[in-house]
Write a protein that binds this ligand. Structure first.
Ligand code: SF4
Length: 439
């Protein structure tokens, strides 16, 4: 096992304690966990929330073969050869996922896609794709979670329920922490939730704006009018009382440092990109009065890293097509779910399976009929038998690496367990070397 800068103390002959471990289960990437291992297992994960704890404790439960062909254990050489043949024979291969990997694996996947002339898409295309499209139109008033922690006195969660999706977000960044400008922590912060439902976070918020389902755009436009000093729109159909909207606009104006975190409740509506554009424009309007930022609540642990790697390799964050020998970007046309629904791909390499739960039934049905190559760690099983399955080491459990937190701050990942499993990068590079087709 690597030691490097790992702060480690031998408790007894059986237990090791590793401090400052980063968790990649959600986009918070909390990097303050204390993990205790014994006999090749994680026995304690202090600081892990209810989402993370089962994942840490599941490490080592299953020990599947490194490679399987049609569900049967196989050696690495034949599995790599079969995967290379599937991808070489495909006329329109798809590489999808990437958000449970790390920078090195993501880079190897993009390189493979480039050489194959494949389409490379990430889990963002079924989550925050509308936000990314909106950011490209309007721009982004951005900040780090460190700034939020130190400065924010008004925190808005719009279409997000972090107490369920990101359980430590409030504790670490936006609710409880005491900061330079908020010395009393939670007492110095006003938390607003905008959501049609009374969620767990809405229940502990100071203000809950119960917007009518699908009417966020109308509410945002009403807010923009009030921030501009225009009169209330009496015909507004967003369902929030006029005096509540006025009070919210006043709070936005009077904040010393405000932040809006927005989630899938906003982005996954029918015209989610328009809703996010309106939110980003509202934040820009708020700058006439005070300092405000907007940030996405990213779900998977390293989806922000997948965006970053694709951007620096191709110029585009997701849905990238290499079939013409250069990268082209067109969400919808080159998005995995839609490609599968249309039957436009004839082989698929999944670098992590967590995103396929968001596929439509039609896309999933198509996926199960085409040759598939799956990469994932030992804790993940698929609902179908892929043609080739590689079980790879998990970054942040077995391997060092980098995960990009939801605010795009890179966080180093520390290994806590030894493993015989290879990295996804190693296997991807071996497949790359065995391709018989290079476009
Ligand atoms: S909040 Fe997210 S990153 Fe933090 S411990 Fe929980 S699952 Fe892990």
């Amino acid at each position: 096992m690597q030691s490097g800068s790992i702060s480690r103390r031998k408790v007894d002959d059986l237990e090791n304690v590793v401090r400052d471990v980063a968790c990649t289960v959600c986009g918070c990437v909390c990097d303050d966990l204390i993990v205790t291992t014994a006999a090749g297992r994680i026995v304690r994960a202090e600081g892990a929330c209810a989402l993370a704890e089962p994942w840490f404790h599941a490490q080592g439960d299953q020990q599947p073969s490194v490679c399987c062909l049609n569900g049967e254990a196989a050696n690495v050489d034949s599995a790599v050869g079969t995967a290379a043949a599937i991808l070489s024979d495909a006329s329109n291969p798809l590489i999808y996922g990437l958000s449970r990997s790390s920078t090195s694996g993501q880079r190897a996947a993009v390189a493979l896609g480039d050489r194959l002339g494949a389409i490379v898409d990430t889990t963002a295309s079924r989550c925050h794709a509308p936000s990314i499209m909106a950011l490209q139109q309007v721009g982004e008033s951005t900040c780090s979670l460190g700034e939020v922690r130190q400065r924010s006195d008004v925190v808005v969660y719009w279409g997000a329920n972090p107490l369920r999706s990101h359980p430590r977000h409030l504790e670490r960044y936006a609710g409880e922490p005491k900061g330079t400008c908020v010395p009393r922590g939670r007492e110095d912060r006003h938390i607003v939730v905008v959501d049609p439902n009374v969620t767990e976070t809405a229940a502990i918020a100071d203000t809950h704006l119960q917007v009518a389902p699908g009417r966020d755009f109308e509410l945002l436009w009403d807010l923009r009018a009030r921030l501009a000093g225009l009169p209330a729109d009496a015909s507004a159909t967003h369902g929030v009382p006029a005096e509540t909207v006025d009070a919210f606009a006043e709070r936005i104006r009077n904040a010393r440092y405000g932040i809006v975190f927005f989630g899938l409740g906003l982005t996954r509506q029918q015209n989610g990109h328009r809703d996010v554009e309106a939110l980003l424009q509202m934040v820009r309007d708020a700058h006439r009065h005070t300092r405000w930022s907007a940030r996405r609540m990213r779900i998977p642990g390293d989806v922000a890293g997948a965006d970053s790697v694709l951007c620096w390799q191709t110029g585009f964050p997701f849905s990238v097509d290499f079939s013409r020998g250069y990268p082209r970007y067109n969400p919808g046309e080159f998005s995995a779910n839609e490609l599968l629904e249309r039957g436009d791909v004839d082989a698929c390499l999944l670098l992590g399976c967590d995103g396929i739960g968001q596929f439509s039934d039609a896309a999933m049905a198509r996926l199960e009929t085409i040759p598939t190559i799956v990469f994932d760690d030992a804790t993940v099983e698929t609902s179908w038998v892929p043609d080739v399955r590689f079980t790879t080491a998990a970054y942040g459990i077995h391997l060092p690496g980098t995960a990009y937190r939801m605010d795009e701050v890179p966080i180093p990942l520390r290994p806590v367990l030894e493993t015989e499993y290879p990295s996804d990068e190693e296997i991807l590079q071996q497949i790359d070397a065995r391709l018989t087709v290079r476009r």
